[in-house]
Design a protein around this ligand. Structure first.
Ligand code: 13P
Ligand code: SF4
Length: 302
């Protein structure tokens, strides 16, 4: 605390001065998540809440697509990201031109993109989804075939739960693809009582070996409600740190993988961007309208 207190004090002061709010994803470090944030959650919650923000400035502590989504949904606000280099391997895996080619190769097939993509990709599709609502969104399209891009594991995991035929793309989350089903089997062998929760960006056999799968907030809610004595969260490292405070009855096995992009956001960079109003996120107007429509379609359908 003595180390972070000056940063926290300065951020709280600057938030007032700038009439700013801080939105933080569940993968942000504990200092950001617990000490300076106003709104926390998974990608869906951050998008829905960003739309309702009344303050002049939003600082999005997460990766770039999350800040872009906030800007798309609340365009009159100044949206800042403490480090614009905070990317995502899924967002990097596909371009707008790739989506146009997919559509040409699959005429009439509706296209749903995971929100972990650029505005350029969102502008090309019918609807977005997150890990919290992917099955519901796919089924809402009323088609027997859907392109669900760009995360092949999320697509395969959704395909196991629906009669809709799912076509996909070869994108992967560099954090969740590292998990193997043997990791889960080893946890279960060492701790038979351990409840294992896995994010749907993990490979399908990892989810098969786990007890529950859900978005980051879905996993947090599961632990808060069920209060298992021992839990393993098969996802990014900060998840366990962040929900521990609300889950005093549960002990956490650390079996996590770090997202280098999420970890680019620091208290110092939040101070800098609030002080200088730097790293503002802009979206080209021509692509903003169709990209916004695909996110709004998701919010309406979920
Ligand atoms: P959630 O929508 O579940 O928070 O996931 C976002 C993400 O980037 C997970 O890697
Ligand atoms: Fe992207 Fe994976 Fe990091 Fe989430 S954890 S932001 S999907 S690279």
């Amino acid at each position: 605390w003595p180390v972070i207190a000056p940063y926290v004090d300065e951020i709280l002061r600057l938030k007032k001065e700038r009439n700013a709010v801080i939105l933080a994803h569940n993968y942000q470090t504990r200092d950001i998540f617990h000490c300076v944030s106003d709104i926390v959650g998974d990608s869906l919650a951050l998008a829905v809440k960003a739309k309702e923000v009344d303050a002049d400035v939003m600082v999005v502590c997460g990766v770039h697509f999350m800040a872009e989504t906030a800007k798309l949904l609340n365009p009159s606000k100044k949206v800042l990201i403490p480090d614009p280099e905070a990317g995502c391997s899924l967002a990097e895996s596909i371009t707008g031109a790739d989506v146009r080619k997919l559509k040409a190769d699959n005429p009439g097939v509706p296209v749903c993109t995971y929100v972990n993509t650029s505005a350029e990709v969102k502008a090309e599709v019918d609807i977005c989804c997150t890990s919290a609502n992917a099955k519901k969104i796919v089924e809402s399209l009323g088609s027997d075939k859907v392109l669900l891009i760009p995360d092949e594991f999320l697509a395969q995991n959704v395909a196991k739960t629906t009669d809709v035929e799912i076509l996909t793309w070869a994108g992967r989350c560099e954090v969740h693809e590292l998990y193997k089903k043997e990791d889960i089997e080893q946890i279960k062998k060492d701790h038979p009582e351990c409840v294992v929760l896995a994010h749907p960006e993990c490979p399908p056999d990892v989810l098969d070996a786990a007890d529950f799968s859900g978005s980051t907030t879905g996993m947090a809610d599961f632990v808060k409600e069920k209060k298992p004595e021992l839990v393993a969260l098969i996802t990014e490292c900060s998840m366990s740190d962040n929900i521990r405070a609300d889950c005093p009855d549960s002990e956490f096995i650390m079996s996590c993988s770090m997202c280098p992009h999420m970890k680019k956001i620091t208290l110092q960079k939040i101070v800098d961007c609030l002080r200088d109003l730097s790293n503002e996120v802009h979206v080209d107007e021509a692509m903003a309208e169709p990209a916004r429509a695909s996110i709004e379609a998701m919010i309406a359908a979920s």
